[in-house]
Design a protein around this ligand. Sequence first.
Ligand code: SF4
Length: 107
Amino acid sequence: MTDVSRLPGAVQHRWDWQLHAACRDIGSGLFFPPPDERGDARQEREKQAKRVCRTCPVRNACLRHSLRAREKFGVWGGLGEQERRALLASQQRSGRRWRTARGGTAA
Ligand code: SF4
């Protein structure tokens, strides 16, 4: 019989937060820019996406994932691409990690 004690544990719990995402039934087009989008159109789309994020019960988990995974594109956890880059750069300068409201860390 196979000894399963040395196998890696289930990872489903790491992604369960996505089941509760406020954006779950919204198209990804609101959160990721089309290639030719610029200026006011981009700002308006991001503003609408961030409005959804403000209501999201898993916002912290989403932001934590995006920082860990170094997601380059789109709105994650209520932050846009430049905001996440700035947050990561700030963390690197200070040597600190971003803290969630519940005390978890990212990056
Ligand atoms: S924080 Fe925003 S992008 Fe992340 S899961 Fe929630 S609604 Fe979606």
